[in-house]
Write a protein that binds this ligand. Structure first.
Ligand code: ADP
Ligand code: MG
Length: 595
């Protein structure tokens, strides 16, 4: 195969579109220590991409080398690969780009008296010589795919390509607060990311200012693995998972495992089909992560993926569980008549959120944009936490402890909703959702502490199932046993249930076991994961919970409130519906036009 052809094939892996070139050039600038970069785009980068930096520059001798495949100044031996901190290390980008375009580099090292200029087109060096130049490097890419018209045809409209370029730039900049980037498109300012201590502003740039106001801090450290970042509050979600972003050792990556870990933390608290937003930074020793799996390097491989998964998931659950009832000012859900909201009932400055078409819109800024601007990531995380703590302390119930028990019971509405008068207003609890949450949390905690007692049935109950379902249930017998179920084979098409988890009380065993079978067939093999257990627990909780349309005694209500006080996550049921809502006195007064 002629070298020209093999180069072009290699280029296909790195150079897909203008945005991939922008990404490689910007990363090279950062690797060269630049903290000020200008990007010029013409026609979405199809006509010209120029990246100019204030980095270390390239020496005259090295400039030609930089265009050779596998020429990299960033590694010299295999050991280095294990310890990569820079973006580049394959030495493929410049050669690949130059095999499908015209590349002009003008560069000068700050200490040299003269600069160097090189022009390479379709892998041939056309010009090379000394030139006057400012310190740093400027790389201009033009005539992209001129010699490969088939590739050019795959490019989208100028504005679409420009969008991709800007996205690539913001993604990189998000993790680099010391970097200043200015982008012009066809001579006009397109984006300016100032150098700032402020990551939250960058987060706002990429995920929107609303996210910055509805996020929770994410933090964790275990072994060599450090997790930091922001995840959205459960009420603030999107219809797809695109707003979940990961950086591993400062490098943007796509990783389904990480994605899954964050999503699963929300599984039982937001509606299915909705996704959280998240910016997650993972730091781990370079030896524990392999970044050398994909030419464009947005994929990684962890040496211990399940440890990373479990820890990320646990950290995210921890963040989300900080939504506390005493902090409901933050996450209250209420419904008002449209008419009153037009009167300003829920208008600007109003607290709380409006439920509308099943979507929950959250309260306006908790932090003024000015305050936000001044904060860096750590500051924002601390501020979110402090705010929540102060809300807790400010609550007359003395914070979270005993919040529900302190409420004064007024009565039941529609056989389903318990109405209370509380320190911060009128509280309504959905009795089924609340009880479901309680049973779920007890099952989860019991399983975690390996203290899930079981209650034996006086007479084992035989449940008739199909042959396949019998097999399914038996295949999960060990996992179910750990939950407190004792289930044995009983002929080909039935099982005998000898005991059930103590927590779930009176249930229709036949109904539960046959549904378990359906669950197992849906969720596949019962892996011994927390997630699989959570699924089963959510189902059990729903079955075991007090149904709507049932009157409750005062003792039962007391017990329910005490239980609600004792669990995390009290604000949503395992299916993501709210457990309780609260109308502040002010809101009620507004409804009656008193305020
Ligand atoms: P890699 O980044 O994987 O090393 P590249 O093909 O992207 O490979 O770049 C090849 C080499 O060219 C780099 O190792 C570096 O020495 C040099 N280089 C590229 N861009 C710059 C730049 N903007 N400033 C300084 N040196 C650069
Ligand atoms: Mg590179």
């Amino acid at each position: 195969m002629p070298k020209e052809v093999s180069d072009r094939i290699a280029a296909g892996e790195v150079v897909e579109r203008p945005a991939s070139i922008v990404k490689e050039l910007l990363e090279n600038s950062i690797d060269a220590g630049a903290d000020d970069v200008a990007v010029e785009l013409m026609d979405g980068g199809k006509t010209l991409i120029r990246v100019t930096d204030n980095g270390s520059g390239i020496s005259g001798e090295d400039l030609r080398l930089a265009f050779m495949r596998h020429a990299t100044s960033k590694i010299s031996g295999f050991d280095d690969i294990q310890n990569i901190r820079s973006y580049g290390f394959r030495g493929e980008a410049l050669s690949s780009i130059a095999s499908v375009s015209r590349v002009e580099v003008i560069t000068r090292m700050p200490d040299s008296h003269a600069g160097t200029r090189i022009v390479v087109e379709n892998a041939e060096v056309i010009e090379l010589g000394e030139t006057g130049a400012p310190p740093g490097t400027s790389v201009a890419v033009s005539r992209l795919f001129a010699a490969v018209p088939a590739r050019r045809k795959f490019l989208r409209s100028d504005s679409a390509e420009q969008g991709h370029c800007l996205e690539a730039i913001t993604r990189i900049a998000l993790a680099r607060k010391e970097l200043r980037v200015k982008v012009t498109a066809n001579g006009k300012n397109a984006l300016h990311i100032p150098r700032t201590e402020n990551i939250s502003e960058r987060v706002a740039l990429v995920l929107g200012a609303d996210f910055a106001r509805h996020c929770l801090p994410l933090r964790g450290e275990r072994g060599g693995l450090r997790i930091s970042g922001l995840v959205s509050q459960p009420g603030f979600t999107r219809a797809n998972g695109k707003a979940i972003m990961f950086y591993v050792n400062g490098r943007f990556v796509r990783d389904t495992l990480l994605h899954h870990a964050v999503n699963s933390a929300y599984r039982k608290i937001i509606e299915s089909g909705r996704y959280p937003l998240a910016v997650v930074f993972l730091e781990l020793p370079p030896g524990e992560v392999d970044v050398n799996v994909h030419p464009a390097k947005t994929e990684v491989r962890f040496s211990n993926p399940s440890a990373v998964y479990e820890f990320l998931r646990a950290s995210a659950i921890d963040s989300v569980s900080r939504i506390l009832p005493g902090a409901q000012e933050h996450d209250r859900v209420y419904t008002l008549y449209r008419a009153s909201s037009q009167e300003g009932g829920t208008g600007r400055g109003g607290a709380g959120a409006v439920q509308e078409n099943g979507e929950i819109f959250h309260a306006p800024p908790r932090f003024s944009p000015r305050a936000l601007e001044k904060m860096d990531l750590a500051g924002l995380m601390k501020a979110v936490e402090d705010k929540r703590l102060s809300q807790l302390e400010a609550s007359p119930a003395g914070g979270r402890a005993g919040y529900f028990s302190s409420l004064q019971y007024i009565g039941q509405f529609a056989g389903t909703y318990l109405i209370f008068s509380g320190p911060d207003g009128l509280v309504m609890i959905d009795q089924h959702a609340a009880h479901e949450r309680i049973v779920f949390e007890k099952l989860r905690a019991g399983s975690r502490d390996r203290k899930l007692g079981s209650q034996s049935l006086l007479i084992p109950e035989v449940v008739n199932l199909s042959v396949q379902d019998t097999e399914r249930v038996l295949s999960a017998a060990a996992a179910l046993n750990a939950m407190g179920f004792e289930i044995e084979a009983f002929g080909e098409a039935s099982v005998a249930v000898r005991s059930v988890p103590a927590i779930i009380g009176e249930i229709n065993i036949a109904d539960v076991v046959s549904n378990l079978a359906a669950h197992i067939s849906e969720t596949g093999k019962p892996a011994e994961t927390e997630e699989w257990r959570d699924n089963i627990f959510a189902f059990l909780a729903c079955r075991a919970a007090i149904k709507a349309n049932r009157e409750m005694s005062e003792q039962e209500i007391d017990a329910l409130c005490r239980d609600l006080d004792s669990i995390p996550f009290a604000s949503n049921c395992p299916h993501g519906r709210p457990v309780f809502v609260c109308f502040s006195r002010r809101e009620i007064e507004k409804m009656f036009r008193r305020a």
